[in-house]
Design a binder for this molecule. Structure first.
Ligand code: 2GW
Ligand code: MN
Length: 297
């Protein structure tokens, strides 16, 4: 492994130099107080990042759950991912579903694969959403650790609308919730009941992260999902369920295990929130869903 790392050497590249007295963005925070970059359009050079990543020949795993009716989201999700997700790199799509025969056949570019993982469904939707933590920790250990370097864990009711590339990768990353990036701490919808393992006191918390896209190295995702799953099980035994299910537990985890990179709302946008000036790109978008029709059954 050391030998491989030593081999990384960039070719001659032509680009405008970084300017110490002219930060690329003055309208948004680009770095957390623990020195984790916050990824915004204009703050990075994808040519450099792609060249560095290319040389490592790593594979990125994208995990997505499509249980019951949510299989209908797969086609658009996968087709747009082929256009915008980790273009030029090796990708394994891991699709967790209880309906393997309903996974659409989507044409994939070279170096990209679909792996269908059959899992059971749960009658309660809250359980479907929360059990993702259990399955992700199990498969990280059983399989992903042998197949990919990084995992990107996503909601399926989404589509790609612009580049989502290696700029998002880091040991552990989370994403700012598009409805709360500008909010005060007191309005973050953390779990506020001390009886829950997801409890966050009112005088703590950095950001409110969305459950629909997070990731990191397989080892870090394993640690995160295992810890969140265990906390969810403790809550269950105590007859309590966190206000936003596993998203609440994710937020608790990130408070005490600071992410090493944070994705801006460019990476999780919902057009119902309009188009604020700070948003230069809408890379990953919520697909409008008819709640009654899609969610029941
Ligand atoms: C979810 C809610 C109600 C009924 C069904 C489901 C459902 C979710 C399902 O029938 N099948 C299924 O595969 N899912 C998976 O769970 C799917 O991957 C989906 O994207 C994910 C989360 O459910 P979703 O997208 O309907 O919830 P959102 O968009 O309101 O998500 C936020 O809040 C959730 C917790 O309540 C999660 O934290 C999620 O990560 C958040 O984005
Ligand atoms: Mn969703």
């Amino acid at each position: 492994i050391l030998e491989d790392l030593l081999q990384i050497e960039l070719p001659r590249m032509i680009y405008t130099k970084p300017q110490i007295l002219k930060p690329p963005r003055c309208d948004v925070l680009m770095m957390t107080p623990w020195f984790a970059p916050i990824v915004w359009e204009g703050t990075y050079n994808s040519e450099i990042l792609n060249e560095q990543f290319r040389q490592r020949n790593d594979t990125v795993g994208l995990t997505v759950f499509a249980i019951k009716k949510y299989v209908v989201f797969l086609k658009t999700f996968l087709e747009t991912a082929e256009t915008y997700f980790m273009v030029g790199h090796r990708v394994n799509y891991y699709i967790f579903t209880d309906r393997p025969e309903e996974v659409p056949k989507v044409a994939l570019k070279e170096g990209r694969n679909i792996v269908v993982l059959q899992v059971q469904n749960y009658p309660r939707w809250q359980e479907i959403s929360m059990r993702r933590m259990e399955m992700l920790s199990y498969f990280s250990q059983q399989r992903f650790i042998n197949e990919v370097s990084y995992l990107v864990c996503m909601d399926v009711d989404m589509k790609f609308n612009d580049q989502v590339g290696v700029e998002i990768l880091s040991d552990l990353f989370g994403t700012l919730h598009p409805a709360f990036y500008a909010a005060e701490r007191r309005s973050f919808t953390y779990e506020r009941r001390p009886a829950s393992q997801a409890y966050v006191p009112s005088d703590e918390g950095d950001f409110y992260y969305m459950g629909s896209i997070f990731g990191g190295t397989v080892m870090e995702v394993y640690k995160l999902t295992k810890k969140c799953h265990e906390a969810i099980m403790v809550d269950k035994a105590n007859g309590i369920e966190a206000i936003w299910q596993e998203e609440s537990h994710l937020n608790k985890y990130f408070l005490y295990h600071k992410p090493t990179k944070i994705l801006s709302p460019e990476y999780m946008w919902d057009d119902n929130l309009g188009r604020p000036e700070i948003l230069k790109k809408r890379r990953f978008l919520a697909v409008p869903k008819n709640h009654a029709a899609i969610r029941n059954k």
